[in-house]
Design a protein around this ligand. Structure first.
Ligand code: ADP
Length: 363
């Protein structure tokens, strides 16, 4: 999305007023004289490195000011320039120079790199989704052909039809995860936040995984003081806990233990999901929260993983102003910790709850 430039700030004579107005704009702004000497500069302009010793650092911007001074007209240009001061990275800038009264010029500079980076991430995601969708769809069409050519062999038809069901289940999991992810990315969390207790959110998440937990005979242990209230969007928190518990089950051997523990710590609600599973190699730990990143692609596909679960978890935490951390050791297990904002009354009673928890631990 291109940044819109305001029009018509041409008849203001008090430089301080102009500077104050410009500083509120969502872009870097400068007021300069005809020789491009700085009269006022915004924090963003300084941060972008456009100002050094009261001068504009970028030659192209100085030229644009000179053009505007010569013609007395507004000048606008897209520039790709070396990033000051060292000139290593590049900056994609859209620059507008507007003559002001008193021989000064307003310079508005939008950094377009950020928009381009967002566009690139979006394009990447669409390409990845298309690729991920192709696999189950291709498998289903091959299986349909196999069924057609095996019509006189009921056992074969049965076998192919079962595999087709599996592929369609995989497809619908993927589609649900894509919908979940786009929902948590677009959700206005602040507007929909309510106080709710995390016990029901944790039990809702584990109920939804009951079959997988029972199939692997996993012992699910939920502990912590009851009644801790969180301030957030319930469906998002349930989705985050569900994805963590699903992973804990998927990446663990049968008959192991998965523990979900909650507590109030430093004024935040913390939820641990701990397993005794295969663990995650340290070189993958930084990347597992990326969309479609899998430490072990074959195993992830085998368990019906989409590669989106942890991206959903990360977004949910960010939406709530919280975070997610992971500790893991190959062959020992993994612990994921969510930190989320408490409901106001929990914040007030945080110290009470913490002491309750310590007593429970030592009991
Ligand atoms: P997936 O659908 O593949 O499980 P996620 O985004 O949920 O995708 O997780 C990304 C990757 O992180 C997984 O493919 C797996 O390699 C690793 N991972 C996540 N959770 C665990 C866990 N509890 N134990 C071991 N590996 C895990």
């Amino acid at each position: 999305m291109a940044t819109a430039f305001p029009q018509g700030i041409t008849d203001v004579s008090d430089l301080d007023d102009v500077g104050r107005i410009l500083a509120t704009l969502p872009m870097a702004t400068l007021v300069v004289d005809a020789s491009a000497a700085i009269r006022r500069s915004s924090a963003r302009a300084e941060a972008l490195g456009l100002v050094r010793r009261d001068a504009v650092t970028v030659d192209e911007i100085r030229e644009l000011v000179a053009e505007s001074a010569r013609t007395g007209e507004v000048r606008e240009r897209e520039l790709r320039v070396r990033r000051p001061p060292l000139g290593r990275g590049m900056l994609d800038l859209r620059v507008v120079v507007t003559p002001l009264s008193g021989g000064n010029y307003a310079v508005l500079v939008a950094d377009q790199g950020e928009d381009r980076r967002v566009d690139a991430v979006r394009r990447d995601f669409v390409a990845n989704v298309s690729h991920e969708l192709k696999t189950p769809v291709g498998a289903m069409s091959l299986l349909a052909e196999a069924i057609l050519s095996a019509t006189d062999d009921p056992d074969e038809v049965q076998r192919f039809a079962e595999r087709m069901l599996k592929e369609s289940a995989r497809l619908s999991t993927l589609i649900n995860d894509i919908i979940d992810l786009s929902r948590v990315q677009g959700d206005d969390t602040l507007a929909r936040a309510e106080a709710f207790d995390i016990d029901t959110a944790i039990s809702q998440a584990s109920d939804e995984l009951r079959t997988a937990i029972n199939d692997k005979d996993i012992e699910l242990v939920v502990s912590g003081p009851t009644g801790i209230e969180i301030l957030g969007v319930r469906s998002q928190i349930v989705a985050a806990v569900r994805n963590l518990v699903a992973n804990a089950v998927n990446y663990s051997a049968a008959q192991t233990r998965v523990a979900v523990t909650s507590r109030v710590q430093d004024g935040l609600v913390e939820i641990d999901v701990k397993d005794q599973g295969i663990g995650i190699p340290s070189q993958d730990l930084d990347r597992i929260f990326e969309r479609f990143y899998r430490a072990d692609p074959a195993r992830s596909r085998g368990t019906g993983g989409t590669g989106l679960g942890l991206a959903i978890v990360k977004h949910v935490c960010e939406n709530h102003g919280g975070d997610v951390k992971v500790w893991s050791e190959v062959g020992v297990g993994s612990t994921f910790t969510l930190r989320l904002p408490p409901a106001p009354q929990v914040r007030d009673h945080a110290s009470d709850l913490e002491s309750t928890h310590i007593e429970e631990d030592s009991a």
